[in-house]
Design a protein around this ligand. Structure first.
Ligand SMILES: Nc1ncnc2c1ncn2[C@@H]1O[C@H](COP(=O)(O)OP(=O)(O)OP(=O)(O)O)[C@@H](O)[C@H]1O
Length: 223
């Protein structure tokens, strides 16, 4: 589904990630960990072609990102739902409209029943008309997850989705991501939270990628 071959990326001061080769197969569940500033967000951005490799090849759904037409990029992005670190919303719009936004911008209309079901799935049925500023951190993260999956993507990338959440809320969010994986979606979560990783490993066959020495490797059992 996503394949990195000898990928290098950096922002000017030498490479941040160097010679990264790995694959994320369809239906897999991966965590990406590493110290702050190691390049976790950068790796995620390479996965959804927000960034392009300086050297090497990134393939998304079998296509080399360096040779994709604008239409092909749009199509590939529709198959990838992203939960961003800062989960921004349009504050003047009700939550339900915010969640439906990826469909709206694609010129499609949300099916009201499906939208209702999606909000219920993330536990936000009672907040459909609420404005984003009135939501708690955990509610915002769950809304961001609902927004990321409204287009029925094949893959979900989440950047520190539990960063500011308490343990109960982190587990709740993890449960939703595990459910998505059981439905067949490929999941990649960047996180510092080792407890979250340990908890996930008891629920799902999660693998851990670690950024170390500018490259991304599979971590062993020494978490
Ligand atoms: N657009 C950019 N221009 C220049 N430098 C950047 C840019 N984006 C990221 N960086 C730098 O690249 C490094 C890696 O950033 P990145 O956000 O990928 O790390 P991270 O592992 O996700 O960090 P954190 O865990 O703190 O979120 C940091 O030093 C950051 O300042």
């Amino acid at each position: 589904m996503i394949a990195f071959r000898n990928v290098t990326h950096g922002y000017g001061d030498g490479p941040l990630l160097s010679d990264v080769s790995l694959t994320l197969p369809p239906g897999s569940f991966h965590f990406l960990t590493g110290p702050s500033g190691a390049g976790k967000s950068t790796f995620l951005k390479l996965c959804y072609r927000e960034l392009m490799p300086i050297a090497g090849t990134v393939e998304i759904f079998g296509q080399d990102v360096s040779h994709m037409s604008r239409d092909a990029v749009a199509m590939a992005r529709r198959k990838i739902g992203v939960v961003h670190q800062d989960c921004q919303f349009l504050d003047h719009l009700p939550l339900a409209d915010n969640v439906a936004l990826p469909l709206t911008v694609a010129g499609r209309e949300a099916n009201p029943e499906e939208l209702k079901e999606l909000l219920a799935w993330v536990g936000l049925s009672g907040h459909a008309r609420a404005r984003p500023p009135s939501l708690s951190g955990g509610e915002r993260q769950r809304a961001a997850l609902a927004r990321a999956v409204i287009t029925a993507p094949e893959m979900v990338l989440a950047d520190e989705p539990t960063g500011n959440l308490d343990w109960d809320m982190s587990q709740r969010l993890l449960t939703l991501l595990v459910e998505l994986n059981r439905m067949g979606k490929t999941i990649l979560i960047a996180t510092h939270d080792m407890n979250l990783i340990r908890t996930a490993k008891s629920q799902v066959a999660a693998r851990v990628l670690r950024i170390r020495d500018r490259t991304v490797q599979h971590a062993g059992a020494d978490l």
